[in-house]
Design a protein around this ligand. Structure first.
Ligand code: NAP
Ligand code: ZN
Ligand code: ZN
Length: 347
């Protein structure tokens, strides 16, 4: 075991505080990563605040991890000391179910093993990236291309793959009209990725405050959802709507924006159920779908796609003692567009 510095939530209602945690010894198939940066995902906030149910405390979250390989186990073949690597939302899976065998570990039928608030196959409790080091089995560790700086690469490990996967699956590309709802961490990468895939992208944000940014990120159109006229003007027009909003929305209003055979994919994950009226789906033979992160292979594909297309996140790098302030800004939709913790400030 090794003791490392970290930042932890002591309870659902208290601010995060500095602490130390134990990382397991490097096993034959493990990689020890010296973490350089860790992104702050809204899922970290949902988790520590108990939005998704009770968790154990103290809890160290963070699942957008990038850094350098510091040590490898005796059997490791995929990574070497000094490699630039990343870890996303999962660190293992059952490896035996039909979905794991099909290479879709994110949909493991036993539940993929989450980077934090989970129990790894060896029985150790998983703890996230708001720390200086992490030990992960080699085949759940991604290669971060040289072309992407560490700090702007970190958010790709969750926000990037979570938006890339549905955009790729539902064929965002030339001739397709894609709407992105919510211009936050996931949303701003969805805009960049969908535009790079060749789709015509529209941002649907609560206000026009971030319009200039949305257009610069690659959107062709930008509308405020606070204006009811938006929903009349855009009715029946999109092939794909990606909903990244962390709160409950009026789904029927957004489903009404889909054209014939269009699909709305929910990646936003509010704790409460999202009601919808099935008659909205009957019109235009619309589909309502969900999507959870992406597989390891697809995450590598996304990282390589982003490197080739010059895509990474727009970040505000913060010190560890600014995490609590950053949480409040994320909750106020005041993130431009991902907070990333410089883990050197944990030392
Ligand atoms: P974020 O940075 O906070 O972005 C969410 C955006 O949603 C905000 O910036 C805001 O955009 C909009 N929004 C927030 N509250 C709203 C409200 N009450 N009504 C309308 N719009 C609102 O969060 P994130 O890190 O991108 O994560 C977004 C959601 O995805 C979270 O629920 C997270 O847990 C979930 N998630 C899911 C997966 C998955 O695998 N499915 C993976 C990662 C994250 P505007 O200011 O532009 O309106
Ligand atoms: Zn996340
Ligand atoms: Zn499985």
């Amino acid at each position: 075991m090794r003791t490392v510095n970290a930042y932890a939530a002591p309870s659902a209602t208290e601010p995060l505080v500095p602490t130390t945690i134990e990382r397991r010894d490097v096993g034959p198939h493990d990689v020890l990563i010296e973490i350089a940066y860790a992104g702050i995902c809204h899922s970290d906030i949902h988790t520590v605040r108990g939005d998704w149910g009770d968790i154990t405390y103290p809890q160290v979250v963070g699942h957008e991890i990038v850094g350098t390989v510091a040590e490898v186990g005796s059997e490791v073949t995929l990574h070497s000391v000094g490699d630039r690597v990343g870890v996303g939302c999962m660190v293992n899976s059952c490896r035996e179910c039909v979905n794991c065998k099909a290479g879709m570990e994110n949909y493991c039928l036993k539940g993929n093993i989450q980077t934090y608030n989970g129990i790894d196959r060896d029985g150790t409790v998983t703890q996230g990236g708001y720390s200086t080091h992490v030990v992960v089995v080699e085949d759940f560790v991604l290669r971060v291309p040289e072309a992407i700086p560490y700090e702007t690469a970190a958010p790709l490990l969750c926000a990037g793959i979570t938006t890339y996967s549905p955009l790729a699956h539902w064929n965002a590309g030339p001739g397709k009209k894609v709407a992105v709802v919510g211009l936050g961490g996931l949303g701003h990468l969805a805009v960049r990725i969908a535009a790079a895939m060749g789709a015509e992208v529209t941002v649907l944000s609560q206000s026009l405050k971030k319009q200039e940014d949305g257009l610069r990120l690659g959107a062709s159109h930008y509308y405020a959802t606070s204006d009811p006229a938006t929903f009349d003007e855009l009715a029946n027009s999109f092939d794909l709507v990606i909903n990244t909003v962390s709160a409950v929305l009026d789904l029927d209003a957004y489903l009404g924006l889909l054209a014939l055979d269009g699909t709305m994919v929910n990646v936003g994950a509010p704790g409460e159920p999202l009601p919808l009226h099935v008659f909205t789906l009957f019109g235009n033979r619309r589909s309502f779908a969900g999507s959870g992160i992406g597989s390891i292979a697809e995450t590598q594909e996304m990282l390589d796609f982003c490197a080739e297309n010059g895509i990474s996140a727009e970040v505000e790098v913060i010190a560890a003692d600014q995490i609590n302030e950053a949480y409040e800004r994320v909750l106020a939709s005041d993130v431009r567009y991902r907070f990333v913790i410089d883990t050197a400030t944990l030392a």
